[in-house]
Design a protein around this ligand. Structure first.
Ligand SMILES: Cc1cc2nc3c(=O)[nH]c(=O)nc-3n(C[C@H](O)[C@H](O)[C@H](O)COP(=O)(O)OP(=O)(O)OC[C@H]3O[C@@H](n4cnc5c(N)ncnc54)[C@H](O)[C@@H]3O)c2cc1C
Length: 455
């Protein structure tokens, strides 16, 4: 497989918000820009080189955090494991995200409790807290050097009227589920962040951050050390029952497996995965990375170096890296990711970043990229078994921790421990009118913009 080596020095020479194209090795995959994380991670070099063939206990389709974590857990239990990845390991969402490893559900806890009852809401919230633990535990046990840090997450009130909502959320979380939350009033906010236009914050202190490229590559290496075999550039385009197991076909050959885990995220373009595509809406999310900020400027702007998210529906997320780059992301535009789209979104993000942080006026943007977020209708993950295929996906922007944890959990489920799946009882109907391509995104975008303006 040809690998294109792009160093940070290469990225640095580029002008603001231009995106460096990166050709996926899978011809069906949309072209993508290189993420800062991918550019700063040595390539995974322990993949299988020969044809895909033979038999195994478990075949895993997809080499993001879900698939890699499952491969590691299953191989550690002694199963013979094959992982088939269409492109490169951690080359899709898992290598392109904001690197925020946050405790707490994607959906507001109060709304979850109102819709499903407080016990279920508590169980799902706790699953996300445990998932952060799982990431830290795996990174430490496997010696993965990925800058994992318990930094906490600050949700920033983007309008004065959002702060009372954060106050109410703080009281509810403290009472029902999480003792590790703090409320920061508008007058104290400069102890957390020095930016324009925020009016207080709700801080969840056990959230963490990491370098997702290094974590993904480290997970893949750990899985191989434990005995798993990984094929990159091996998209599964055929999946058939074979006796009591499965036959999987790829352009690099085929194999038989007793069990299969679908860990493709929600928008795998291949025929066998249509059932999943109709249940997940894929939206683009975009990110820019600045050059390293001077240490005194970084300390002034971000004294507590947390993960930050804003309280708007179409909001932003940002954080510093270990070497003081600002990673600044957001929905920016309701569009899917490709190099041209990433560049347009990068320009929108850059303007927003400079508006929030006038002190960054002279700071260069070194990289911009985008990726696909797999949203379920209720923003809760889905995992379980469909017609004999195991699956986990739909983390709705909270997959750095949940994908990693659900990979481990699904390894247990496949070994017979059904209780290991906290999302087992959720039904998963197809989204009406959704045949796999999200034609309705512009309308959803307009609706969300209106909501942000009104509330
Ligand atoms: C821009 C962006 C920012 C984000 N920020 C955050 C964040 O800060 N915090 C957070 O918690 N989450 C964030 N997320 C979400 C998070 O990255 C994902 O939820 C998580 O990585 C999903 O992992 P996964 O393994 O399920 O899927 P993926 O990482 O998408 O991996 C699926 C893999 O399956 C492969 N595949 C697909 N079809 C096939 C096939 N037929 N055969 C073989 N392989 C196949 C793909 O090539 C891909 O590598 C962000 C996502 C994006 C895009």
């Amino acid at each position: 497989m040809s690998r294109r080596t792009v160093t940070i020095a290469t990225l640095k020479s580029r002008t603001s918000a231009r995106c460096l194209p990166w050709s996926a090795s899978d011809p069906m995959a949309a072209p993508q820009s290189l993420s800062y994380w991918q550019a700063s991670t040595p390539p995974f070099a322990a993949g299988e080189q020969g044809r895909v063939e033979g038999d195994c206990d478990v075949a895993i389709i997809g080499g993001g955090f879900t698939g890699l974590s499952a491969a590691l857990a299953l191989a550690r239990e002694g199963a013979s494991v094959v992982l088939l990845e269409a492109g490169r390991v951690a080359g899709a969402a898992s290598g392109r995200n904001g690197g925020q490893c946050n405790a707490g559900t994607a959906h507001d806890f109060g709304a979850l409790a109102a819709g499903h009852g407080v016990d279920l809401a508590r169980k799902w919230y706790q699953a996300h807290v445990d998932a952060v633990e799982a990431v830290g535990r795996i990174a430490q046990r496997e010696g993965i050097d990925c800058d994992f840090t318990r930094c906490g997450r600050a949700k920033l009130a983007a309008k004065p009227e959002h702060f009372p909502k954060l106050e109410a959320a703080h009281a509810l979380l403290l009472r029902e589920v999480d003792p590790n939350v703090l409320l920061i009033g508008p007058d104290e906010l400069s102890s957390e962040i020095n930016a324009q236009g925020f009016h207080g914050a709700l801080v969840q202190t056990t959230s963490a951050q990491l370098h997702p490229g290094k974590f993904g590559s480290g997970l893949a290496q750990a899985a191989v050390r434990a005995g798993a075999r990984i094929w990159e550039s091996a998209p599964v385009d055929m999946l058939d029952r074979s006796g009591r197991g499965w036959k999987l076909g790829t352009p690099r050959g085929s194999l038989r497996a007793k069990q299969v885990l679908v860990a493709t995220g929600g928008n795998s373009p291949y025929a066998p995965f249509g059932w999943f595509r109709r249940r997940i809406v894929t939206v683009g999310s975009f990110v820019i990375a600045t050059e390293p900020l001077p240490a005194d400027l970084a300390a002034h702007l971000f004294p507590t170096r947390r993960n930050y998210v804003t309280s708007r529906i179409i909001g932003n997320y940002f954080r510093l890296t270990a070497d003081n780059r600002l990673i600044f992301g957001g929905r920016a535009r309701f569009a899917l990711s490709n190099p041209a789209s990433d560049a347009k979104s990068g320009a929108v993000l850059e303007a927003k970043m400079r508006e929030l942080f006038p002190d960054l006026a002279g700071v260069r943007v070194d990289a911009c990229w985008g990726g696909a977020i797999d949203l379920t209708a209720d923003r809760l993950p889905r995992a379980g078994e469909h017609e004999g295929l195991f699956y986990a996906m739909g983390y709705s922007g909270h997959g750095v921790q949940m994908a990693t944890a659900m990979g481990e959990n699904m390894a247990k489920v496949m070994g017979g421990d059904a209780a290991a799946n906290p999302f087992a009882d959720l039904s998963w109907p197809a989204i009406p009118g959704h045949l796999g391509k999200p034609w309705f995104l512009p309308m959803v975008g307009a609706w969300y913009r209106l909501q942000d303006w009104l509330h």
